[in-house]
Structures are given as structure tokens and as C-alpha cells.
Design a protein. Structure first.
Ligand SMILES: [Zn+2]
Ligand SMILES: [Zn+2]
Length: 62
């Protein structure tokens, strides 16, 4: 569950829980409001309103 991934792969994994978003419905990929780097969140974390953190600029969002 905690195996390391290349930084380039972050677009396909939930920013909050690390799951592969392709396997979870209602998942989204969007740009960081602060620095425009790509952030992905799975449907489960969206429904729970889990916070996400931009790994590039440290932006914390709902
Ligand atoms: Zn998640
Ligand atoms: Zn950012």
C-alpha cells in the first residue's frame, strides 16, 4: 500500500489516500488553484471532503 511511485505518476493517484483513481468512480483530476500543477482525488475522498495538499506549493484545500 505504501510502495513508492515516481513523481510523474501522481496524476493517476488520489492526492489524499494514494489509491489509483482509475479504479474509483467520481474521481477527478484538476489543477492546483495556487500553482496549476495537477492534483487527483478519488471519489471516496471527495464524498468525505478529505483535505488535499498540493505537493508542489503546499496548498491545502477542501
Ligand atoms: Zn482518495
Ligand atoms: Zn500547488
Amino acid at each position: 500500500m505504501t510502495d513508492k511511485k515516481p513523481a510523474e505518476a501522481t496524476g493517476n493517484f488520489c492526492n489524499s489516500c494514494g489509491r489509483n483513481i482509475a479504479a474509483i468512480k467520481n474521481s477527478v483530476t484538476f489543477k492546483c488553484p495556487n500553482c496549476s500543477s495537477m492534483i487527483s482525488r478519488c471519489g471516496k475522498c471527495r464524498s468525505r471532503s478529505v483535505q488535499y495538499t498540493c505537493k508542489v506549493c503546499g496548498f491545502l484545500g477542501p
